[in-house]
Design a protein around this ligand. Sequence first.
Ligand SMILES: C[S@@+](CC[C@H](N)C(=O)[O-])C[C@H]1O[C@@H](n2cnc3c(N)ncnc32)[C@H](O)[C@@H]1O
Length: 235
Amino acid sequence: MAPGEDRSPDRVRSMFAAIAPRYDLLNRALSLGLDARWRRRAAREMPVSAVARVLDLCGGTGDLARVLLDEGRAGFVVCLDFSHPMLVRAGRKLRRASRRSALVEADALRLPFADGSFDGIAVAFGVRNLSDRDRGFREAHRVLRPGGRFVVLEFGRPDGPLLSPLWSLYVRRVVPLLGDRASGRTGPYGYLARTIGEFPEPALLAGRLREAGFAAASWTRLSAGIVCLHVAVKG
Ligand SMILES: C[S@@+](CC[C@H](N)C(=O)[O-])C[C@H]1O[C@@H](n2cnc3c(N)ncnc32)[C@H](O)[C@@H]1O
């Protein structure tokens, strides 16, 4: 179970429903446009394939699903999320790829798929929100085929005497202030900041992935450690 912040499904779902209308805009603004680059980098961890069936877990407004198709990493992509308003926006983004994509409204902790259904699974900024991260990893492992990759993009903690305190100040003070103001809601962006602060170190997360059954789990820090890209393989 992830410690600290209340991640009960109802709370998380209603928070994302509330910020869905401004979610993309705020992502771009608060990351200074880097979020698109990070997702593209994550998608490129999947092998090039015109036939692979890939799951975008906690897919939100479908940005990663779109990139997986654009980068030729999936022949068919399933964008799964439990927030209806987020998926509505994903549907608009994937409209032109409607024959190569599907939207599924479901819980990442109870995936409605048979064992080994996917050639790859990717999740961007999603696992931080799971009320039971280990269970989420076990579910991802279950629905992935043997040899398939599980790519996890999440926030990290930059080090360095200047960047580390600046990042901390930005996440704890600026993000909640701007986020709440621009989204017109009080709370969600404070939650975002706290969950970033609580997220485990890469080595610890890689250990949890191995514990969930993945044979190999490695990571790369991007943008001086602001985000971390984990790649795990099902043996
Ligand atoms: C920070 S957003 C990330 C969205 C998208 N992957 C992106 O890159 O922008 C997290 C998403 O995870 C979804 N989510 C959180 N917990 C979930 C769960 N248990 N099952 C399905 N979706 C979940 C939320 O609804 C939200 O859309």
